[in-house]
Design a protein around this ligand. Sequence first.
Ligand code: SF4
Length: 351
Amino acid sequence: MRDTIQHDLSAALLGWYDRHARQMPWRVGPSDRAAGVLPDPYRVWLSEVMLQQTTVAAVRDYFLRFTARWPTVDALAAAPDDQVMGEWAGLGYYARARNLLKCARVVSEDHSGTFPDTYDTLLKLPGIGPYTAAAISAIAFDQTETVLDGNVERVMARLYDIHDPLPASKPLLKEKAAALTPDIRPGDYAQAVMDLGATICTPKSPACGICPLREPCLARAAGTQNELPRKTPKKPKPTRYGHVYIAQSDDGALLLERRPDKGLLGGMLGWPGSDWSDAPIEAPPFAADWQIMAGEVRHTFTHFHLILRIWTATLPPAYAPEDLIVMEKHAFRPSDLPTVMRKAHDLWRNR
Ligand code: SF4
C-alpha cells in the first residue's frame, strides 16, 4: 500500500512533469495525454528499442527517418532486411535491429499489426526484455509497471541515499521505484522520473535547488548526491586485433561481405577480413599483391577494444566470388556500413 509520503512524492513529480516534460518525436506530452490523445504503441516500441544503450539526441534523427519510411509496424514488417539494416547503420548493437524486424513481423503476422498491451505478452516478443516490456506497457498502455533505467536508478539511489553499489543494488532500487509508481497516470509518471534523471538529477552536478524532490531527498540532506549511485568497478576491456581487406576495381566497384546473421555486427555489410583475436591470422579474400596501409582503425565494443589493420589491392575484372558481394560504385553508400567498417572506409578513402 502506498503511503502518504509516496503519494506526495509521485504527485510532486507529476506536477513538475506537467510543466517541464521534454518534447520528443515519439512522446505524447502531458497536456495532449490529458486531452485524450493516446500514444502510438509502434512509435513507443520503436523509440524504446532505439534508446537501449543510446542517447535521446543520437536516436532522434534515426527515429524520424524510420517512421517517415515505415509509418506503421506492418510497413516495417514488409520492409526488406537490407533496407532496415542500412537505416540502422551507425546506431550500433545490430542484434537489436535484427530483433526489431523479427518483432515487427511477429506483431504484423500473429497479432494483426496490433501490439499486445500487457507486460507478460509484450515480454514474449523478440527483442523485448523486462525493461522494454515495462516501458511499453507503462508509456503506451498506461499500465502500472515500474520502469528502471539508468536515470531512474540514479534518482532512487539519491532519493533514498542508498550506498550499496550497482549492479547488486538493482533489486532494492527497483523496490523503491515500484513503491513510488502511482496507479493514476503511470505512463506519465514513468516518463517523469526518466526526465528528472536526464535533466535535473544528472550524473554530475545535479540541480538540487530546482528539483521537485529536494525536500524529501535523503542524499541532498546528507550531501552525498554527487557520490551516488555507487558502482562496482568494471573489469578493464581486453584488446583484440584483426585485418580487413579493401579491394576496388578500376571502375570503382568494391568487394564487400554480408556478415553472418548470428554474432557481432550480424547481418551487416562489411569488408572481408580475419578473425578478431590476440593474434589474428591474415585471410585475404583472393590472391593479389595486398599492401598494408599506414594507420589503424580503433573501435570499442561492449566487451572489448578492437584494432584493425587495412590491406588494399585492385579487384580483378569479372571477379565474382560466391560468398562475397561485388558492389558497383553507384550502389555503395558508406552510411550502410556499421561504424567500425565505416571507420575503415574513411581511413582508406582519405589515404
Ligand atoms: S534533490 Fe538533488 S539528488 Fe535529490 S533527487 Fe533532486 S536532483 Fe537528485
